[in-house]
Each structure stands twice: as structure tokens, then as C-alpha cells.
Design a protein around this ligand. Structure first.
Ligand code: APR
Length: 245
């Protein structure tokens, strides 16, 4: 009977086109809390979700920004580094695999780890845009003022992240890429949020598409996967000692 690690490596070996879907659990071993585990960002205080909505931003932009910065530790996000899980995905590319990473995370760690085909479904912490004139600004401008404003028209900037009520990005690409994928690898997501939660069922209808999940907790979709590993991603990869640690 193949162990988890052997089956994991076997499915990886056989795949050429790999679609990866990641969530906040990808970055907890880099020191960034997830949302719904114990100590998670929403678990700690569910009212935070209401503040991270498009509606709240539009009504109370001056209250939104200090909450946003505090929640996403904008000031310190330089201090977070990719972990062995991020590096493993970049290494798969170096070994000639065709890897597309679709992440719900806004921390930029997949790009920092060296993955080249990264689609940030929920946007990124790295920039903010003026809702009026469309000027885009980097992190420095976001940190420069408590409530960052456009240098051109002085409107309050909106961070380039998908807030509750915004449209998720790159979804069409995700469902398109799935159709030419050998292996779907889901890592570190509770699959609780639509439309990402529909990906496993969508993938289940594609003949021959193999599905693996590495997630600490059970999800409502475990039974759709060929292999489910309830482990911490970086810890599991380090134990494989077949990839850079
Ligand atoms: N390794 C593997 N899995 C982990 C690890 C780890 N080191 N740490 C946590 N997990 C798992 C948890 O068991 C949990 O099921 O990662 C999952 C994280 O789930 P959530 O906290 O719900 O985060 P996520 O799925 O990314 O949330 C999706 O919801 O609120 C929105 O915008 C927010 O992007 C977020 C989206």
C-alpha cells in the first residue's frame, strides 16, 4: 500500500500540466495567520469581515484604511518570506513542469518564491489605485499617509485587493486552464468561499484530471480528491527531502 508521500510523488511525476489552487494555509508557516482556523483573522473577530467589504470602503474610507493596514500588517509585510511550500511549487517549474498557480492570497509570496505563472484571484497588497483617475501607487504611497490619497486628484485610494462584494479576478482563466490540466493541486484553503469553492466539483467533471489536496483541516470537498493529505504543507515538503527546504 503506497504511503501518502509515495502516492503524492507518483501523481506529481506522472503530471506535466499542473494547476495549483492555494489559500491562506499556504502562508501560515511564513508567519501570516489564515482566516478561519483558530487564531485566524476572521476567527478572532468576525466584524472584521464587514469592514473588509466594498460597501464599507465606499461608505467609510477613512475608517477602512487603518483597519486594512492593521489586519494585513501592511507595515510588516516585507518581513514575511516564502516557505518550503512556496519554493516547492517554484521548483516544479524548474524541473520542467508546466505550473499555473491560482492563489487567493494577497501576500505575493508565490511570486517572491520564483513561480512565474501566478494568478492573484484576490489581488495583491503591493499596490493601490485611485478610484477616480485610475492612477496606481506602490506600497510606499500606501504607507506614507494613514489614509493614502491620489497625488493627482486627492481622492482616497482603494487597495488593489478583492474586497467582499468585489469581482474575483482571473476566474475565466482558471476554469479554462483546468481543461488542459493533468493534475489539480489544492493547498491550504478551506474551500469555503465562492466561486473558488466550486473548483473541485468543476475539476471532478473533467475526465482524467487527477486531484490532490494538502490541507491541515478537513474540507467539505475531500471526497472528490484522489489524494488528501491533512498535514502542514511546508512540514510535509521538508519531510520529502526531495525539494529545496
Ligand atoms: N498547511 C496546510 N494547510 C493549512 C496550513 C498549513 N501550514 N495552515 C492552515 N491550513 C489550512 C487550514 O486547515 C484551513 O482549512 O488552510 C485553510 C485556510 O482556510 P481559510 O482560513 O478559510 O483561508 P482561505 O481558504 O484562503 O480563505 C479564502 O476567504 O475571507 C476570504 O479573502 C479571504 O482569501 C480568503 C478567502
Amino acid at each position: 500500500m503506497q504511503g501518502e508521500a509515495e502516492k503524492f510523488l507518483d501523481l506529481l511525476e506522472k503530471a506535466q500540466h499542473i494547476t495549483v489552487l492555494t489559500g491562506a494555509g499556504m502562508s501560515t508557516e511564513s508567519g501570516i495567520p489564515d482566516f478561519r482556523s483558530a487564531g485566524g483573522i476572521w476567527t478572532e473577530d468576525t466584524s472584521r469581515m464587514e469592514a473588509m467589504s466594498r460597501d464599507y470602503f465606499e461608505r467609510y474610507p477613512k475608517l477602512f484604511w487603518p483597519k486594512f493596514k492593521e489586519l494585513f500588517q501592511l507595515k510588516m509585510s516585507d518581513s514575511f518570506q516564502p516557505n518550503a511550500g512556496h519554493r516547492f511549487l517554484a521548483e516544479l517549474e524548474k524541473r520542467g513542469k508546466d505550473v499555473n498557480v491560482f492563489t487567493q492570497n494577497i501576500d505575493g509570496l508565490h511570486i517572491e518564491a520564483g513561480s512565474h505563472h501566478v494568478y492573484e484571484l484576490h489581488g495583491s497588497l503591493q499596490s493601490a489605485t485611485c478610484p477616480k483617475c485610475g492612477m496606481q501607487y506602490g506600497r510606499a504611497q500606501m504607507l506614507h499617509e494613514e489614509v493614502p490619497k491620489c497625488c493627482q486628484c486627492r481622492s482616497i485610494l482603494k487597495p488593489d485587493v478583492v474586497l467582499f462584494g468585489d469581482i474575483v479576478q482571473h476566474l475565466d482563466t482558471l476554469f479554462q486552464v483546468l481543461n488542459s490540466t493533468d493534475l489539480l493541486l489544492v493547498i491550504g484553503t478551506s474551500l469555503e468561499v465562492a466561486p473558488v469553492r466550486f473548483v473541485p466539483e468543476e475539476a471532478h467533471m473533467i475526465p482524467g484530471l487527477k486531484k490532490m489536496m494538502i490541507n491541515l483541516d478537513k474540507t467539505a470537498y475531500d471526497q472528490l480528491f484522489d489524494l488528501v493529505i491533512h498535514r502542514k504543507i511546508a512540514e510535509f515538503i521538508n519531510e520529502l527531502n526531495r525539494f529545496p527546504i
